[in-house]
Design a protein around this ligand. Structure first.
Ligand SMILES: Nc1ncnc2c1ncn2[C@@H]1O[C@H](COP(=O)(O)OP(=O)(O)O)[C@@H](O)[C@H]1O
Ligand SMILES: [Mg+2]
Length: 266
């Protein structure tokens, strides 16, 4: 039996809606709160996009979707995107079974309610690195406009979205990225880590993990082959994820202590 289509259970307004209603809600909602359902048969090649490298961009008439190659660990990218949804503005990875393909949704910034100030972008990039082991994202506020191709993030109209989670890995050590923090970015980071903890603690957290895993065509072991023990069961996964969050929180706490008195002095 095919799993029910996955939709992010936050916010609760979408929870009990039937499929059509939830599809409508998703189309109208702020996409940072809802995950895109697979557009299935409706994707066609986008003529609006003329650059050569974007030849394969698809559209469902509203949004654009960039193909994610099958050698880019699309299943893992999808799981990671769903795990952080609601905390960090990640691009949805949608699967189109009819085409046997995955796409990264170019997030509609005009439908995103809240902007992301530069200090928060620093925090988001760090969170993805610390907890999810994805260090392939760069943001240097002093350089201004970002080159999306090399930074795996898009920052336009004051809204930031992140894509390409190919490098994510839950096996490695928790370590900081190269970004320079400010007291504001560390405050955002501490707040987001605590939100992430709230998402994944207790029965609700386990339910969320189960629903993400149930909708993946890959097993937990296939998704995270190197995350030893964590990949043995949803319970172990929850335990390991909370442990990583805790370690990241500790690190951030130390940094906040260490920057007392010197932060923003320059
Ligand atoms: N969700 C997205 N939003 C905006 N641009 C995207 C998105 N996904 C991919 N792209 C664009 O497509 C390029 C390739 O996608 P990416 O997933 O980063 O693969 P790779 O880095 O392996 O080539 C990116 O550099 C970016 O320019
Ligand atoms: Mg990339």
């Amino acid at each position: 039996m095919a799993p029910e289509r996955w939709k992010h259970p936050y916010p609760s307004s979408g929870k009990d809606a039937d499929h059509d209603a939830s599809r409508r809600a998703y189309e109208e909602a702020d996409p940072t709160a809802f995950s895109a359902l697979s557009p299935e048969e409706s994707l066609v090649h986008s003529n609006a996009v003329t650059e050569k490298k974007f030849m394969d961009v698809m559209t469902d008439g509203t949004d654009r979707f960039v193909p994610v190659g099958e050698n880019r660990r699309p299943e893992r990218q999808q799981a990671i995107a769903r795990l952080v949804k609601g905390i960090v503005n990640v691009a949805d990875i949608v699967q189109v079974p009819a085409r046997n393909a995955y796409y990264s949704k170019v997030m509609p910034h005009e439908r995103i309610g809240q902007g992301t100030p530069p200090d928060e972008v620093l925090a988001d990039v760090e969170l993805l690195h610390l907890v999810f082991g994805d260090g392939d994202r760069k943001y240097y506020p002093e350089l201004g406009t970002q080159d999306a191709e090399h930074s795996n993030l898009r920052y336009e109209d004051g809204k930031a979205t992140y894509f390409d989670f190919e490098d994510a890995d839950l096996a490695g050590r928790i370590r900081l990225g190269p970004g320079k923090h400010t007291s504001a970015s560390l405050a955002h980071l501490a707040r987001k880590l605590s939100e992430l903890r709230d998402h994944y603690e207790g029965e609700d957290g386990l339910r969320l993990i189960r629903s993400i895993l149930a909708d993946s065509p890959a097993s937990l072991y296939q998704l995270f082959p190197y995350a030893l023990e964590m990949n043995e069961s949803p319970e172990k996964f929850q335990e390991g994820l909370l442990r990583r969050i805790g370690q990241a929180e500790q690190l951030v706490e130390n940094m906040r202590g260490g920057t007392d008195g010197m932060a923003d002095a320059a």
